[in-house]
Design a protein around this ligand. Structure first.
Ligand code: DC
Length: 224
């Protein structure tokens, strides 16, 4: 059977997780959040006292642990050696660690292979940083979701404020810019739109408009 997948990339805070999650739900396909898998590795490194800067140790860790995902009606759960770490991977510390461990070729090779295996079994909307280029180079639909750094930081800040977090906006913006810098300038598969991706800039769009724009792109591509 031919499995039709949708590839989506974009920088931090472009709303990938939430927009991709809702678009996948309406399309009736699973949503694979690959960032959560890098986060799970970053978290595990921190927990085991391994510096995310230590390429050899992190690469070895990637080979030693079993990162898996489970899908429920509430979305993706991410597991390390069977332990559910979903609730532990959204902190700023883990965000930076995920971005750091994602720089290593050995880590990326394993992650890409794992994600390709998952996407080969069932239709999925896969979101991340290297999906259009590496994970699903033959996907019939490729989307690069982006927005201005200020818009991305504002959304993230509003979300954090809603949860009672008092981190100032400037700190959130600085984190967005720092992670963009690291993700877009790493040696291995830096984040950038592939030539065959449709660029969707959501700076001026709200959540519903963004989801509808994704669905429109999917529909148009499938009719080509
Ligand atoms: O999408 P996210 O913010 O949850 O991703 C966390 C980090 O993981 C991101 O800063 C870079 C890394 N990442 C990656 O290198 N490749 C992917 N496909 C997904 C995430």
């Amino acid at each position: 059977m031919m499995i039709l997948n949708i590839a989506m990339d974009g920088p931090v805070g472009a709303g990938k997780s939430s927009i991709a999650g809702e678009a996948a739900r309406r399309l009736g396909v699973l949503h694979l959040d690959t960032g959560a898998m890098y986060r799970a590795l970053g978290l595990t490194a921190i927990e085991r006292g391994i510096s995310p800067e230590d390429e050899a140790a992190v690469t070895q860790l990637m080979r030693a642990v079993d990162i898996s995902v489970a899908h429920s009606e509430f979305g993706q759960r991410t597991l390390v050696d069977g332990r559910d770490v979903t609730g532990l991977i959204r902190t700023p510390e883990v965000s930076m660690a995920a971005s750091a461990v994602g720089r290593y070729a050995g880590v990326r090779r394993e992650m890409v292979a794992l994600q390709q295996r998952l996407a080969s079994t069932t239709p999925m909307l896969v979101d991340g940083r290297d999906i259009c280029l590496r994970v699903l180079p033959d996907a019939p639909v490729k989307i690069y979701l982006t927005a201005s750094p200020e818009a991305r930081a504002r959304r993230r800040w509003l979300e954090m404020t809603g949860k009672g977090d008092e981190t100032p906006f400037e700190a959130v913006l600085a984190d967005v810019i720092a992670r963009d810098e690291q993700d877009m300038n790493r040696d291995v598969d830096p984040l950038r739109p592939t030539e065959d991706a449709v660029i969707l800039d959501t700076t001026e769009l709200d959540f519903e408009q963004s989801v509808e724009a994704v669905l429109r792109i999917v529909k148009e591509k499938y009719h080509e």
